[in-house]
Design a protein around this ligand. Structure first.
Ligand code: G6P
Ligand code: MG
Length: 219
């Protein structure tokens, strides 16, 4: 029986990809090359450190580990400045409503995000009280598609994998949920999130009926 929902943050609850894009673009431009929105797409669900490695590769720029730490810190400062100004109106359609519906139905909720800034974001948009557990980039060592973040989410709720459904917009995130033997609802397009058990355009399309139907799916 499904007892909990574990949500990715960026692209599922809020759309912070635009802020990541602006901050990475500023960094790339300072280093002398451009950074496109298409490249930004490939960084969804990818940790900050790994994102920087990919960006430096695209720009054909090589930096020492110490310089890389400094660059990642600089990008994060710009990013934090932007998320500190986020408003509740930036919550994606249906996200707050579905969280409330799930909690009212007695389901547990957890966050399973690669971001180390998740608490700031949830606080800013006023969603922190709707989560029973937060597992993010500060608590894991392995990145998605490794299932660690979702397994720790289930553990924090005192539940097993079969009792949790994951909501994810990134291919690596869908793979992480599957690797953790969890049902997964993809947020986005079915052509991209081919491994998800169900794909919806956003949480505004989610219902408790669809959630419980996943329980009966063998996949
Ligand atoms: C999410 C985003 C990624 C981001 C990662 C780390 O997974 O989709 O684009 O790089 O979090 O975020 P952070 O806030 O820790 O830099
Ligand atoms: Mg995401």
């Amino acid at each position: 029986m499904i007892k909990a929902c574990i949500f990715d943050l960026d692209g599922v609850i809020v759309d912070t990809a635009v802020y990541h894009y602006q901050a990475w673009k500023r960094l790339a431009n300072e280093l002398g090359f451009d950074f496109t929105e298409h490249q930004n797409e490939q960084l969804k669900g990818v940790s900050r450190v790994r994102s920087l490695e990919l960006i430096l590769g695209w720009g054909n720029v090589s930096k020492t580990p110490v310089e890389q730490t400094e660059l990642a810190t600089r990008k994060n400062q710009w990013y934090v400045e932007m998320i500190n100004r986020m408003q509740p109106s930036e919550i994606l359609p249906g996200a707050k409503e579905f969280l409330q519906t799930a909690k009212a139905a007695g389901l547990k909720t957890a966050l399973g995000s690669a971001s180390k800034n998740s608490a700031t974001i949830l606080e800013r948009v006023g969603l922190l009280p709707l989560f029973d557990a937060i597992v993010d980039g500060n608590h894991v060592t392995a990145s998605k598609p490794d299932p660690e973040v979702f397994l720790k989410g289930a553990e924090a709720l005192g539940l097993n994998s079969a009792e949790c459904v994951v909501f994810e917009d990134a291919i690596a995130g869908v793979q992480a949920a599957k690797a953790g033997s969890m049902k997964v609802v993809g947020i986005g397009s079915p052509e991209v999130l081919t491994e998800a058990d169900l794909v919806i355009a956003g949480l505004h399309e989610m219902t408790l009926e669809k959630l419980q139907a996943l329980d009966l799916l063998q996949k």
